[in-house]
Design a protein. Structure first.
Ligand SMILES: [Zn+2]
Ligand SMILES: [Zn+2]
Length: 82
């Protein structure tokens, strides 16, 4: 199910988005679109299409590995714990 040991090794040199839960830059995309997992605290998050803070809709760039994780309007995280 997990099978991400290779990605985890690469993560040591490629710091990514910060985890909303622990604040560490270990957030990694999973094999599910819009789903992310923190390899530091192992929490899972889902990228929402509507900002949970201000309600602004956001366009999710799913083809990019560096998807936009923050609201364009208020800068709040678009990630919600799963
Ligand atoms: Zn975390
Ligand atoms: Zn917002």
């Amino acid at each position: 199910m997990e099978g991400e040991r290779g990605a985890r090794a690469r993560a040591s040199v490629d710091l990514g988005p910060q985890c909303p839960n622990c604040g560490e830059p270990w957030l990694r995309p999973t094999n599910l679109p819009g789903r992310y997992r923190c390899v530091y605290c192992l929490h899972r998050f889902e990228l929402t299409s509507v900002c949970p803070n201000c309600g602004e809709h956001s366009t999710i760039v799913r083809m990019s590995s560096t998807a936009i994780l923050k609201c364009n309007a208020c800068g709040d995280s678009m990630l919600q714990a799963v």
